[in-house]
Design a protein around this ligand. Structure first.
Ligand code: FAD
Length: 449
């Protein structure tokens, strides 16, 4: 039996997927969404390209507006912040940020989809004007406006994770003298050191200064940012973006007494139920399960948030659906380079208790005689003895996403490296050599295992 009124906290990927799915399954359901920012149903994934100017109009990043949702019977209140949840009376405290007024809203079912918040507010000087994090359309607009209004010539990106790298690419595209500052000894710790070195090389080739092993000591400038001091050296910066990771936004959930997992996310079952009657959670505010080591995982990605929201919208309307877990499959473009990963790296595999071997090969992305082929590095991790695949990483200038997805599918199927080596993959000269790099890597991994 379905609830009569569904309230959703957070109106982006997970929240709007849950709301739309629930309404479609149960048209009689009264569905209301509260979203703190000024936009709903937008893609944060496109924000770096808005900063770069590749997507000049921010409206292109919005999938559906509140008006469009209203026509489907889903009421979306943007610029409305939920400030408290009362589980006993099944109500929310909601603040209308435009009018500065609070009110109480009832619910029979509640979906928490509050997402994640960027870390970094505690860095010394993080409040210096011209210093930003990137999460919302408003953030991207503020960065663009700052660059234009202050005639910014130089930029620093603090953090070499995938968001930091995408922002660095955006700054380079805008002609800014760009420095990437990373505390760890390499960029993108989601991938192995040799892959990370290829990424650093690409950024340097495009003109960026990459400083790894440099912790930020100060962001300086007074009324407008002028420099970042890191690892004992100062870097000029007319604009700074901090991209040192995100934390699940669980303030409301914690205050309501919902259990949080070891990574700080709301604990949910496969149906996205929190264990508290009538309350579901989905997206970046949740912890999830890793499909390989079966332990808790926190992998905040849009693809997961959309799926989880859909599952929540199904189960809260009495349907049967489950979100199985994640492999950490991801792909990122850094200038002309494509980097993909899925499953476990060798160190992660060992930490999870696997006896793992790694095979790494570099081959060409197209037939040798066909113009435009590029080197493609493929690394595969497999379990010693059984040969079961545990993970893969790819880096090159073309064909990365398609192949990392094949590895992800093989991981879902529990395939061995030997089985992957026999997969019937596509071949034609403009797309691959007759022995695809992935098949060669699988063969090498099968031999190593
Ligand atoms: P969010 O998108 O964080 O949305 C949660 C919303 O809840 C927020 O808008 C917030 O304002 C609102 N909210 C929070 N608390 C309250 C409250 N109390 N009251 C009202 N509203 C509230 N993922 C990929 O898979 N691929 C990519 O290429 C990719 N690129 C990215 C690039 C950037 C720059 C960023 C920032 C993220 C990227 N992601 C990517 C991650 C992806 O955007 C997120 O995983 C996804 O947006 C999570 O969706 P969500 O709905 O769980 O949370």
């Amino acid at each position: 039996m379905s609830a009569r009124r569904l309230a959703v906290v957070g109106g982006v990927a997970a929240g709007m997927s849950a709301a739309a799915r629930a309404k479609r399954r149960d048209p009689a359901l009264d569905v209301v969404v509260f979203e703190r920012s000024g936009y709903c149903s937008y893609t944060a994934c496109g924000l770096p390209y808005h900063i770069a100017g590749v997507i000049p109009d921010h409206r292109a990043l919005v999938m559906r507006t509140p008006e469009e949702f209203a026509r489907e019977g889903v009421a979306v209140h943007v610029r409305h912040e939920v400030t408290g949840i009362d589980l006993d009376s099944r109500t929310l405290r909601v603040r209308d940020l435009e009018r500065g007024r609070g009110r109480t809203e009832p619910w029979d079912a509640l979906v928490l989809a509050a997402g994640a918040r960027p870390a970094g507010a505690g860095l010394p000087g993080a409040a210096t004007p011209g210093t930003f994090t990137l999460r919302t359309i408003e953030d991207a607009q503020a960065i663009r406006a700052w660059i234009d209004e202050h005639d910014a010539r130089s930029a620093a990106v603090v953090g070499g994770g995938y968001i930091g790298l995408e922002v660095a690419e955006a700054f380079l595209a805008r002609g800014l003298v760009t420095t990437v500052i990373e505390r760890e000894d390499r960029l993108l710790t989601l991938v192995d050191a040799d892959v990370a070195e290829t990424i650093a090389g690409e950024l340097r080739e495009r003109g960026a200064d990459v400083r790894c092993g440099a912790a930020v000591e100060a962001i300086e400038g007074g009324d407008r940012v002028r420099r970042v001091v890191a690892g004992g050296r100062a870097v000029d910066a007319d604009v700074v973006v901090i991209g040192i990771g995100v934390r699940p936004d669980t303030e409301l959930a914690a205050a309501a007494g919902l259990p949080l997992g070891p990574h700080g996310g709301v604990v949910v079952d496969a149906g996205m139920r929190t264990g508290t009657d009538g309350v579901w959670a989905a997206g970046d505010c949740c912890q999830t399960r890793h499909l390989l080591h079966d332990g808790p995982a926190y992998v905040p990605l849009g693809t997961t948030a959309n799926k989880q929201g859909r599952v929540a919208g199904t189960t809260l309307t009495g349907g049967d659906a489950a979100f199985g877990g994640v492999l950490g499959t991801a792909v990122v473009k850094v200038c002309e380079l494509q980097v993909g990963r899925t499953g476990l790296g060798e160190e992660e595999a060992s930490a999870a208790g696997f006896d793992a071997v790694t095979a790494s090969i570099t081959h060409i992305s197209r037939a040798r005689y066909y113009p435009g082929h590029e080197p493609l590095q493929v690394k595969l991790v497999a379990e010693r003895g059984s040969g079961r695949l545990l993970g893969g990483q790819l880096v090159g200038r073309e064909g990365v996403a398609k192949r990392v997805d094949v590895v992800a599918a093989a991981l879902h199927a529990g395939a061995t490296a030997d089985e992957l080596a026999g997969y019937d993959l596509t071949y034609a000269p403009p797309f691959a050599p007759v022995w695809d790099p992935l098949l060669l890597a699988a063969r090498a991994a099968a031999e190593a295992a």
